[in-house]
Design a protein. Structure first.
Length: 499
């Protein structure tokens, strides 16, 4: 079997002023693309059955909508490589599901349409997706197999890609051809921080999927919660059950959709919440150390700009933090000009900077630059890439310089590029455990942060991925839609469509 691998993956907030350009993507081809996965290894159990054909894959840290020129450039390369690949039996399609592109209404459906046209009607496409994606009928129509993560946080992301690949290999080997897909959308749109599989009802809902998949006549079962920070008709939860038994496939899709609808009001935030000042006051008064606070509205790994200094301002407005009686580390404010100024000044220098808001300025009072006077306490620059190394996304590859500036008890980490702080390694030489409070631009805590935290609060801060969806101003989603509409909202028709 000759099976191609390729795709384009990003999560894009349409409420974020950032625009994702080509240099924001990590682009891999050839052997480097095959090396992303374990199941493509020459010594793997599929090696004597499959010739893997690497196309091109582009992945970026979540951000604002993708520039049209960037989308067209990547799409054109993907299509050209498909046409140059020779006869193919299938394609593992590694995407996200929440990509927005300037000027398009359903980017993944458009991308998939171009891929389908290049492959032809008989080549099977198996998509691996994030559960925070949106699945329109236009997208589902163009795919033959599709599956999604079953855990949030996504500790099973690589398992999902492998499941998509093995489902495709099994399908091709069986000679059965295209399976049925029972597709239905559920008029619910919730932020990821309310749908973590660590908690009910998502834990049980997603826990059902493996048992549905194990039924005779079923190939796969998947549930998408949707992506809440785009404003398009496709934005809502979806269920797709794939199988050879059409009646059973429809029955299970209907059951999963009904369960999702019935428990819609039971979804809660994954941790205790409060506004910024409330969370800071509770953290400062606690004896739990380190106490983590999520600056959720400006989370770059959900699509936030990552350049808001709002929480830094609120930290320094707290008397104990401003005086140094309590210490806090606040990493991840993107400001390349401020980083350069710190490097020019050097460690130990006193600097006055206009921090943050360079991309987000003008989107509200929370987005204005903040004047920070403090001492440069740390500078870090990434190691130079090895000669011949593939061009990568500095945000994912640890690239970009960082500078720490301390005022009172608060140390702000400024970054040259948008960057997540999810692991101990992301903090570099700074030890987060040495601070009383660690205020990170994230939503729910990723595994290493979760382990690190003695206690935790989810701050409902403003930004491009504001958890309070009702104050963002959606106007293009299809209504009625929970939680935008609730009282008097009649039960929807949850009859799946058999594709």
């Amino acid at each position: 079997m000759r099976i191609a691998i390729g795709g384009m993956a990003i999560e894009s907030s349409q409420f974020c002023p950032h625009r994702s350009a080509y240099d924001d993507f990590r682009v891999t081809r050839g052997a480097a693309l095959l090396d992303r996965y374990t199941w493509t290894r020459p010594d793997g159990d599929l090696a004597d059955r499959v010739e893997w054909v690497p196309l091109v894959h582009a992945v970026a840290l979540p951000g604002g909508p993708v520039e049209r020129e960037t989308y067209d450039r990547i799409t054109s390369e993907l299509v050209a490589r498909i046409r140059e690949a020779g006869p193919l039996d299938g394609m593992v399609y590694d995407i996200h599901g929440a990509m927005s592109v300037v000027g398009l209404d359903d980017a993944e459906a458009d991308l998939t349409g171009a891929v389908r046209d290049a492959l032809g009607p008989d080549v099977l496409i198996s998509a691996a997706m994030d559960l925070h994606g949106n699945v329109s009928r236009r997208l589902a129509d163009r795919l033959d197999l599709l599956t999604a993560h079953r855990l949030a946080p996504h500790e099973d992301a690589w398992d999902t890609r492998e499941r998509a690949a093995r489902n495709l290999v099994g399908r091709l080997a069986s000679g059965k051809g295209r399976p049925y897909r029972a597709w239905v959308q559920v008029p619910v749109l919730l932020p990821g921080e309310k749908t973590s599989t660590r908690l009910e009802p998502a834990k049980s809902l997603y826990g059902r999927l493996a048992s549905v998949e194990a039924m005779d006549g079923i190939v796969d079962a998947a549930v998408w919660v949707g992506y809440a920070w785009a404003d398009e008709a496709r934005c809502r939860a979806a269920v797709v059950v794939t199988g050879d038994d059409p009646d059973l496939t429809l029955e299970q899709a209907r059951s999963l959709a009904r369960e999702y609808w019935d428990v819609r009001r039971d979804f809660v935030f994954v941790g205790p919440t409060g506004d910024a000042d409330d969370c800071i006051a509770r953290a400062a008064a606690s004896t739990a150390r380190p106490f983590l606070i999520s600056d959720s509205g400006d989370n770059p790994t959900a699509g936030g700009a990552g350049d808001l200094a709002y929480l830094l301002q609120r930290l320094l407005a707290h008397e104990q933090l401003a005086s140094g009686q309590v210490t806090a580390l606040h990493p991840g404010i993107t400001d390349p000009a401020a980083v350069t100024a710190c490097f020019d000044a050097g460690v130990g220098a006193r600097v006055t900077l206009k921090v943050g808001g360079h991309v987000s300025a003008g989107t509200g009072p929370h987005a204005e630059p903040y004047e920070l006077t403090g001492t440069v306490t740390a500078l870090e620059a990434p190691a130079a890439p090895a000669p011949g190394a593939p061009r990568g996304n500095p945000a994912y590859d640890g690239g970009g310089r960082t500078a720490a500036v301390t005022r009172g008890g608060v140390t702000a980490v400024l970054t040259e590029r948008r960057k997540p702080f999810h692991t101990r390694a992301d903090f570099g030489t700074l030890d987060p455990a040495a601070y009383d409070i660690v205020a990170v631009k994230t939503g729910y805590l990723e595994p290493e942060l979760h382990t690190m935290a003695a206690d935790w609060l989810l701050a409902l801060t403003p930004g491009g991925v504001d958890q309070d969806l009702l104050r963002l101003g959606h106007h293009r989603v299809v209504r009625p839609l929970y939680p935008f509409d609730d009282e008097g909202f009649e039960d929807p028709d949850l009859t799946p469509v058999l594709l």
